[in-house]
Design a binder for this molecule. Structure first.
Ligand code: SAM
Length: 249
């Protein structure tokens, strides 16, 4: 069941985009270097790139400005409204699709060079299904790079710096964001993500846990919501990034 997450993003989109003013850039999330520093994707010019959970499309637009052919998916109508406006402002053409990332039916098999996702896959109720779809749409040797919440980060109370629950508690959880309301996330361990990728046939090449004791330029989430605050970031990384490849048959 994902409807409540979609509704939450529809309600939250305007305030979120106003607050964060996320720059047009290929980013990976809070306290993380961007793609220019990590270089996980190489030159994207002329490549077919699919972004999952594109939100306001700051990454999708950055891909398009670098010469990629971009398709971007999100299930929130409000996020896509912002995204379409941003693409117009930057004079780039992006194919936007409003749908759940678990079902990529309009995307032909073996059509994409890169599938990219920043901070969206923690909301997906059936990640293994999403990974199987990513496998289907990637070309052989295609690259799948995604970032999401580091699972340790969600286990720490940011104010008290105490552990909230066992690392091994996984699955559906209601995330109470105080005045921002409640949303739902699907918890995982690092091993769960790795196993779901390899069971779909991917070869995992890198798992990156950016050092959150460092401060990175263009981090629009730094200091926000009493969560991405120095005392927590100095102890626990908020972001984890996986790079996988679909091997040739
Ligand atoms: C934290 S935002 C990240 C947006 C963008 N990737 C970025 O980095 O700025 C998460 C986005 O994922 C979208 N999303 C979450 N679950 C999804 C799903 N199952 N299918 C499609 N979009 C989803 C939400 O609507 C939201 O726009």
């Amino acid at each position: 069941m994902t409807g409540d997450i979609e509704d939450w993003w529809d309600r939250r989109s305007k305030d979120y985009q106003d607050e964060c003013q996320i720059p047009v850039d290929i980013h990976y999330g809070p306290s993380s270097p961007n793609e220019d520093k990590l270089n996980l994707l190489g030159d994207v010019k002329g490549r077919a790139v699919l972004e999952l959970g594109c939100g306001g499309a700051q990454c999708a637009v950055a891909f398009a400005l670098r010469g990629a052919w971009v398709t971007a998916i999100d299930f929130s109508a409000e996020q896509l409204k912002f995204a379409r406006k941003l693409a117009l402002q930057h004079h780039v053409e992006i194919e936007f699709l409003q749908r759940d990332v678990k079902d990529l039916a309009p995307i032909p098999a073996a059509s994409q060079d890169i599938v990219f996702s920043a901070f969206a896959l923690m909301y997906v109720d059936d990640r293994p299904q999403a990974f199987r779809e990513v496998w289907r749409v990637l070309k052989p040797n295609g690259v799948f790079v995604f970032s999401l919440d580091h699972p340790f980060f969600r286990k720490v109370d940011p104010q008290k710096l105490t552990i909230i629950e066992s690392y091994h508690e996984t699955g559906r959880a209601v995330d109470d964001l105080g005045e921002l309301g409640q949303t739902v996330m699907y918890r995982y361990t690092i091993g769960d993500l790795h196993d779901a990728l390899t069971q779909s046939g991917f070869v995992v090449q890198r798992v990156i846990e950016p050092d959150s004791r460092k401060r990175y330029p263009y981090d629009p989430w730094f200091g926000r919501w009493g969560v991405y605050i120095p005392k927590v970031l100095d102890m626990v990384p908020p972001t984890i990034i996986f790079k996988s490849v679909k091997p040739e048959d």
